[in-house]
Design a protein around this ligand. Structure first.
Ligand code: NDP
Length: 450
């Protein structure tokens, strides 16, 4: 099938799934030259098979809130592809969660996991449950109810979920406790566990740190570095916090952070002390980013999600790191970044840039890294947590950080080499898609028509 045929085939089979179709289109575009070069990939319909989940579990989650009222949520697990290892991918708790969002995330995860070099297949799951404004007790009750069903479908050699938006260390703890009670076994069935009960050092930091290691690799490839660079970061959750920390450590200056209400612009830049305030605000007090502006007397702007652009991306800077959610950088935002001379856009979130935005960045020579390459440090370190669980021992902070740095460098080099081989030098998106695709396609080919 030609590009348009495969895309039409996917569109016809998945109507009303815009996020999934967006992720699919980007990959189809990138890997068609590989399929043209390898007729067997076409004959075996490897891409068509990757675009269909191996299994999609949809379930009801019923729980009692603090007032004793019955609450009903949707629960999902998308087991997308297990050609190179057990399904692996996070759980997202957010009101925007639906089948389309989780299928796009699970599809991206296939390629991301392949790039890490660790044997992990692709999966993703979650719920439309909104943790905002819920009590500790309600969060725990929900996690227990969610795991009540999920426990039947996962296992440490079958499917190993982790965190994502709305699922951090606290939720992983409740989910793990519930799994252990239901299945009566202590295994590494989830990653992102606490230190002392199977977790790995550096896992909380890994996605943000890995993103910045990747950006440093891109800059170094051009004889440059992050030192002295002004950086825009969006979001204020797990990925953003540790991206900010690593940028500070590398001598860069971070001037923004955001949440779903608005963003702060701190021209003086984040310091370690200001970051500690942000972490306490978001992780312990569960407050809003506006409190940061009140405390440090900097600019705060509310953002209208329906506006045609986000003013955060109109601030002058050298580097941009979207770390909140999908489609937060559109064509207009990309044009504003280009106008202001941005050199690097590294995706910390999954698919934060629209296809139009990506094209504008690449056409204007911005070094653009897709999330499936530059945020892979999180799942890679989850893979390291799984290895430590199987071995029954723990590596030091330095050992895990060293491995993370090595993995990010290897993903960078692999994507760059694949892009060059297929006539798109410097295009990290095409390179990452091709390198991930080839690895999984070859495994599927070897395993027969299943
Ligand atoms: P968190 O829940 O810790 O933080 C999410 C942040 O994004 C919060 O600041 C949140 O604001 C903001 N946000 C969420 N949804 C929206 C929205 N619709 N509009 C505007 N802001 C929004 O999540 P993570 O940091 O873990 O994840 C962030 C991104 O990184 C996601 O795309 C995730 O898939 C990706 N990712 C995460 C990995 C990980 O290891 N955690 C690994 C790889 C990718 P608010 O506080 O108002 O909700």
């Amino acid at each position: 099938m030609a590009h348009s045929d495969i895309l039409a085939f996917v569109k016809q089979r998945n109507p009303h799934e815009p996020e999934f179709l967006q992720a699919a289109e980007e990959v189809i575009d990138s890997v068609l030259p590989v399929i043209d070069k390898n007729p067997e990939y076409r004959k075996l319909k490897l891409l068509e098979r990757m675009l269909e989940p191996e299994r999609l579990i949809s379930f009801r989650v019923t729980w009692l809130d603090d007032k004793g009222e019955v609450q009903v949520n949707k629960g999902f697990r998308v087991q997308m592809n297990s050609a190179i290892g057990p399904y692996k991918g996070g759980l997202r708790f957010h009101p925007s969660v639906n089948q389309s969002v989780l299928k796009f995330l699970a599809f991206e995860q296939i390629f991301k996991n392949a790039l890490t070099g660790i044997p992990m297949g692709g999966g993703k799951g979650g719920s439309d449950f909104d943790p905002k404004g819920k009590s500790e007790n309600e969060i725990m009750k929900f996690c227990q109810a969610f795991m009540g069903e999920l426990a039947r479908h996962i296992g440490h050699r079958l499917d190993v979920p982790a965190g994502d938006i709305g699922v951090g260390g606290r939720e992983i703890g409740y989910l793990f406790g519930a799994y252990k009670k239901i299945r009566n076994e202590f295994t590494g069935v989830l990653t992102g566990k606490g230190i002392g009960w199977g977790g790995s050092l550096i896992r909380p930091e890994a996605t943000g740190y890995g993103l910045i290691y990747f950006a440093e690799n891109m800059l170094q490839n051009k004889g440059d570095s992050l030192k002295g660079k002004t950086c825009l970061v969006s979001g204020s959750g797990n990925v953003s916090q540790y991206a900010i920390e690593k940028i500070i450590q590398m001598g860069g200056k971070v001037v923004t952070a955001s949440d779903s209400n608005g963003f702060i612009h701190d021209e003086a830049g984040f310091t370690t002390e200001k970051l500690a305030f942000l972490m306490d605000l978001k992780n312990n007090r569960r407050g809003r980013i506006k409190d940061y502006a009140d405390k440090y007397k900097c600019t705060y702007k509310e953002v209208d999600p329906k506006a045609d652009h986000n003013p955060l991306w109109s601030i002058k800077a050298d580097c941009a790191f979207p770390c909140a959610t999908q489609n937060e950088v559109n064509g207009k935002d990309a044009s504003n970044l280009v106008k202001n001379g941005v050199k690097v856009l590294g995706e910390g979130a999954n698919m934060p840039t629209t296809i139009e935005g990506i094209n504008i960045l690449i056409d204007n020579g911005v070094m653009y890294s897709p999330g499936k390459a530059s945020n892979a440090g999180g799942v890679a370190t989850s893979g390291l947590e799984m290895t430590q669980n199987f071995m029954g021992s723990n590596w030091t902070r330095e050992e895990v950080d060293g491995k993370l740095r090595g993995i990010m460098k290897s993903i960078h080099d692999t994507a760059l080499a694949a892009a060059k081989e297929y006539g798109k030098p410097g295009n990290y998106m095409v390179g990452a898609n091709i390198a991930g695709f080839v690895k999984v396609a070859n495994a599927m080919k070897a395993q027969g028509v299943i």
